[in-house]
Design a binder for this molecule. Structure first.
Ligand code: GN1
Ligand code: MG
Length: 408
């Protein structure tokens, strides 16, 4: 989108403080994220064109931007080393790279204009808000799975927890109930039915958090925001080239990296679809993503994690619904909104999707058990485990972890 004169002046003055090459000739705003403000800048130096991504960080969301940038700096350095070995000819296009300021810092903190960071722009690759087909989504599964693998030996405890309890679902539900209690915007009356939805699912949605707490599910370095538009697709080859938006890379669970991608990408409608009758879980897309993710995390995920992937998708969908509803009740402070009530629309859409997942949980489990059973399944998780979990996933797990936990 085109910038106003005032916006452009600000962008030019901020960008001028970075180690860019050439003269800025073009700047536009990109609206796909709902947290930070993102601008794509084009520079020219003679005949050479270079592009950069400049972002104003949302400091309401990220209270300690230096910690976010410290994580990103170290994670991208680690990824670069790994990618250099794996893809010697084009590793530079496969990870974000921070552009330093003229003072050699990784971001600018300006008392008046806020916090800004810059990345090199990856050419001939695009982010899409909607999945275009199974092949796209399969490839994004490969990319998000590979991302986990590349960071498997990163020392997780050295990362800052940039947003405490980011994917702690019970804490998210408690926060929602507290906001409903306080009801500062007097919006609670309109969302009684939605609040009931969450009360009935507190136990089911808390299952993964308790398995993490008991150590049955490991904490890993995870991305934590695996929306389809957070992976760049190569314009020529169609490969999922580069995982972007590393703001929330922190210790977390692989179940939610898998799950959040499914929530966003395997839905038949947009995250903020107002007509909930259009919302369903597309099982072909679910299969496509699962195939890619399982393939590229081969040998990495534990038996427990493999059993709980579908529950991961369900739980993160309930969690997102709760976060959107809380923000609606609080007066839309956290997520950017384009119109009044958009957070309620988002919450209702996620509730509708979670309900569809409840219906389709047996099919999701069936697909996963097939993927783990056949072909690479045996070497992947070991024949004995395979035999045990394959057929029983769809029956036992669904019943044990899930159906009985939803109160009527
Ligand atoms: C935010 O930054 P963006 O737009 O990719 C949010 C995610 C949500 C997502 C929902 C830091 O992601 O957790 O899943 O919106 N990021 C943060 O669209 O809260
Ligand atoms: Mg993000």
């Amino acid at each position: 989108m085109k910038l106003s004169g005032e916006q452009l002046d600000l962008i030019v003055s901020v960008a001028d403080r970075y180690q860019t090459k050439g003269e800025m000739v073009h700047a536009i705003e990109n609206h796909s994220g709902i947290i930070n403000r993102t601008y794509i800048l084009t520079y020219k130096e003679g005949k050479t064109k270079r592009m950069y991504t400049l972002q104003r960080m949302n400091t309401y969301v990220f209270k300690n931007p230096h910690e976010v940038m410290d994580n990103i700096q170290r994670v991208t350095a680690h990824l670069t080393e790994k990618l250099k070995a794996r893809y010697p000819s084009d590793y530079r296009r496969r990870t974000l790279r921070v552009v330093p300021t003229k003072n050699d810092e990784n971001f600018i903190r300006d008392p008046k204009d806020g916090c800004w960071r810059m990345f090199t722009y990856i050419d001939h690759a695009s982010a899409y808000n909607r999945v275009r087909g199974t092949s796209d989504f399969y490839r994004s599964g490969l990319a998000f799975g590979e991302f986990q693998g590349l960071l498997a030996d990163f020392p997780a405890t050295t990362l800052h927890e940039t947003i405490p309890d980011f994917h702690n679902t019970p804490v998210r539900l408690e926060a929602l109930f507290r906001s409903a209690e306080e009801d500062i915007q007097q919006r609670r009356g309109a969302v009684r039915e939605e609040l009931r939805f969450f009360r009935q699912r507190e136990e089911a949605a808390g299952k993964i958090a308790s398995l993490i707490a008991s150590g049955e599910i490991p904490l890993r370095v995870t991305h934590n925001d695996t929306k389809f538009n957070n992976v760049l697709i190569d314009d020529y080859t169609g490969d999922a080239l580069c995982v972007i938006d590393l703001d929330t890379v922190m210790p977390g669970t692989a179940l939610f990296d898998f799950g959040d991608a499914v929530r966003y990408g395997a839905s038949t409608a947009a995250e903020d679809e107002a007509d909930v009758t259009k919302i369903d879980l597309d099982l072909d897309l679910f299969r496509a993503f699962s195939t890619g993710f399982i393939r590229s995390t081969k040998g990495l995920l534990t038996e427990n994690e493999l059993k709980l992937l579908a529950l991961g998708a369900y739980t993160i969908t309930v969690e997102l619904a709760a976060r959107f509803l809380k923000d609606y009740l609080d007066g839309d402070l956290y997520f950017k909104t384009a119109y009044r009530g958009q957070n309620l629309v988002r919450a209702r859409a996620q509730i509708a999707l979670a309900r569809k997942m409840e219906e389709k949980m047996p099919q999701m489990e069936e697909i996963l058990s097939e993927l783990l059973d056949v072909s690479e399944g045996c070497s992947y998780i070991g024949g004995h485990i395979n035999q045990q979990i394959g057929p029983c996933i769809s029956r036992c797990l669904f019943l044990k972890n899930y159906r009985f936990l939803i109160k009527s």
